[in-house]
Design a protein around this ligand. Structure first.
Ligand code: SF4
Length: 191
C-alpha cells in the first residue's frame, strides 16, 4: 500500500517537473534533454565525454548525440580534444551555454519550494540514501555524492542537526548539506 502510493506520488511530482522543463524549453528553444545536458556540463567545467553524459542522464548515446549536435549548432556547447586521449572528444559549455544553463530553472524547484527548509533537508537525506542504494545495485551510474565519498563520515557528531562530517572542509554537516553532485568528491574505497 505505502509502496504503491509512494510510487503514485513520485510519478505526479516527476510529471510536474518534466512539464516545467518543457515550459522552460519553449522559452529558451531547448528540449528538456538539451537542458539536462547543459546542466550536467555546467557542473563539469573540465568537460565530459558523450558516453559519460549519456550514462549520467540515463539516455541512449544516439539520443545524447542528437541533443549535443543541436546544442553545438546553437553555439551552446563545443567539442574539444581530450588531453588524456587525442582520439576522444570532451564536451564543454560555451559562455552562452553557461549563461543559459544558469537561468534554466531547476526541474524540481516547484516541489522544493512547496516544502519547509526542514522538510527539504529531510527529503534530501532520503533521496541521497535512495540514490546511493540504487547506485550500489548498479541501477544508477556512480554519482559524485557524499555517501560514496572518502571524505564523508556518517553520524559521528552528537548534534542532531549536523551529525555527519565532511573531512574535505573539516566541518560537521547535516542532511540538508548533503551533496548529490560535489566537485570535491573522491570515491571511497569499496567496502
Ligand atoms: S567533499 Fe563533497 S562529496 Fe565529499 S563529503 Fe565533502 S561535501 Fe560530500
Amino acid at each position: 500500500m505505502t509502496r504503491e502510493q509512494l510510487s503514485f506520488g513520485l510519478a505526479r511530482l516527476a510529471a510536474l517537473a518534466r512539464q516545467d522543463d518543457w515550459r522552460a524549453g519553449e522559452v529558451e528553444g531547448l528540449t528538456p534533454t538539451q537542458g539536462d545536458i547543459l546542466r550536467v556540463l555546467l557542473q563539469r567545467p573540465e568537460g565530459l565525454r558523450l558516453n559519460a553524459v549519456a550514462a549520467h542522464l540515463h539516455i541512449s548515446q544516439p539520443t545524447a548525440s542528437d541533443a549535443v549536435t543541436a546544442l553545438e549548432r546553437k553555439g551552446l556547447l563545443q567539442k574539444r580534444a581530450d588531453p588524456d586521449d587525442g582520439r576522444a572528444l570532451l564536451l564543454r559549455v560555451t559562455r552562452s551555454g553557461r549563461a543559459l544553463a544558469g537561468r534554466w530553472p531547476l526541474s524540481f524547484g516547484a516541489v522544493a519550494d512547496a516544502l519547509s527548509p526542514a522538510d527539504q533537508a529531510a527529503l534530501l537525506g532520503i533521496v541521497t540514501r535512495a540514490i546511493h542504494a540504487l547506485q550500489l545495485e548498479g541501477a544508477i551510474p556512480p554519482q559524485r555524492m557524499c555517501l560514496s565519498c572518502r571524505y564523508f563520515a556518517a553520524n559521528v557528531h552528537r548534534d542532531k542537526s549536523k551529525p555527519h562530517h565532511c573531512r574535505f572542509i573539516d566541518a560537521p554537516i547535516g542532511d540538508g548539506d548533503l551533496r548529490v553532485d560535489c566537485p570535491e568528491h573522491e570515491a571511497a574505497d569499496a567496502a
